[in-house]
Design a protein around this ligand. Structure first.
Ligand code: KG4
Length: 373
């Protein structure tokens, strides 16, 4: 079964064709990052305009590559209808409805966060699939989606059942990375830059002299408002403030010293130390809450997805948390960590007959996963 997946929830216009929920036959992602970077974040109006311009060419190219394979016809169209930016979601949803009508196939609406939880289960066609885990057999699982818009831990007792057990009470981890990068003068988006700089710094000096920034522990009262235990939630606002205060106090030290190449970026050793310290705080915050969440149940796997899951230190610490807990970690391949259409198409295959008929759907920017908003 070939499913065309369309994803336009934020700043990527993406389309892909996936066979039987696993084999990616074609995948095209147009990223709008250069359009948003002058503004230091995603501007919804710019995003929706760019989606309108790019949706045709992106879907067209994904279809062209699929057709070139001679791998049959499209059986279904799947599209993200939430959560995300409302005007951005609408572009994908309308395109999907039109396409499905033209192709004479059903159109189903998918949840973006569920899509990320599917991203570790796909691979490009032609590769070896023998070691690719199966999403159904991976349950009971704990999922973590950690991206620019979400940081959420999801309990999946069985395939297709979701319950949010922890989340960020303010910024998503990706946002926390991006805001820090801005403060450090590294530009937007900053996650990957901080990652590369930190990796180079740790290779040179280790982690012994890192600054002990706060590890994202929220206050009880605040997490209670969200109906979730503090031990399973993160709050990155304190970490951000701690960085700001540190820069106000020690700013001179950061600009002192010769700039050197750290992971491809010219920064002073002190800037690299601060970046590595900040990253360590986020990675340890995620590790600590994941450890606590894993201790709640008997999980077979830990499923990790989202743009921040590409972070080398986050992968490293979460891998050791899972090794300690005796739980298999399944992570998305680098190219599927960010927003893409393939994860949406794959999800639709496994959610067959359970997806929402999207011909009647509207965009739902606050769409819940597992009944939790
Ligand atoms: O999943 P994603 O593409 O979509 C959105 O939520 O929009 O995630 C993008 C986020 C950005 O905040 C970016 O800075 C962050 O993921 N990111 C990283 C890394 N690569 C991307 N954060 C930390 N380390 C990375 N290597």
């Amino acid at each position: 079964m070939n499913i065309l997946g369309i994803e336009t929830s934020c700043d990527e216009t993406a389309a892909a064709v996936v066979r039987d929920g696993r084999e990616v036959l074609s995948s095209v992602v147009f990223t709008q990052i250069p359009l948003h970077s002058p503004y230091g974040g995603v501007v919804p109006e710019i995003a929706s305009r760019a989606h309108v311009e790019k949706i045709g060419p992106v879907v067209g190219e994904a279809m062209e590559r699929f057709r070139a394979l001679g791998a049959g016809e499209i059986d279904e169209v799947a599209v993200t209808y939430g959560p995300g930016l409302s005007p951005a979601l609408l572009v994908g949803l309308n395109a999907a409805k039109g396409l499905a009508k033209a192709l004479g196939v059903p159109v189903v609406g998918m949840n973006h966060i569920e899509g990320h939880l599917h991203s570790p289960f796909i691979r490009d066609a032609g590769r070896d699939f023998s070691d690719l885990p199966d999403p159904v057999e991976s349950c009971p699982a704990l999922g973590l989606v950690v991206s620019g818009g979400n940081t959420v831990w999801v309990d999946m007792p069985e395939y297709g059942r979701y319950e949010v057990v922890g989340e960020t009470l303010d910024d998503a981890a990706g946002e926390a990375f991006d805001k820090a990068a801005k403060m450090l003068g590294l530009g937007y988006p900053g996650g990957l830059k901080i990652d590369r700089i930190s990796q180079a710094y740790a290779a040179e000096r280790g982690r012994g002299d890192l600054i002990p920034f706060p590890k994202g522990r929220p206050r009880e009262g605040v997490s209670a408002l969200a109906g979730l235990p503090a031990g399973l939630c993160v709050s990155f606002s304190g970490l951000k403030t701690a960085l700001l205060r540190y820069l106000q106090r020690e700013g001179a030290a950061l600009s002192a010293g010769e700039r050197r190449n750290y992971g491809g970026y010219e920064v002073t050793p002190e800037t690299a130390r601060v970046a590595a310290s900040y990253q360590e705080a986020i990675a340890q915050a995620l590790a600590d809450r994941t450890r606590a969440a894993l201790a709640r149940g008997r999980y077979r796997s830990f499923i990790l997805g989202g743009g921040v899951s590409l972070n080398s230190r986050v992968r490293e610490v979460l891998s050791s948390v899972c090794a300690e807990a005796g739980v298999r970690i399944v992570m998305a391949e680098a190219k599927f960590t960010g927003d893409n259409g393939a994860m949406i198409a794959a999800l639709a295959y496994y959610r067959r007959n359970r997806g929402e008929d999207a011909s009647l759907l509207d965009a739902d920017p606050g769409l819940e996963i597992g009944g939790h908003r």
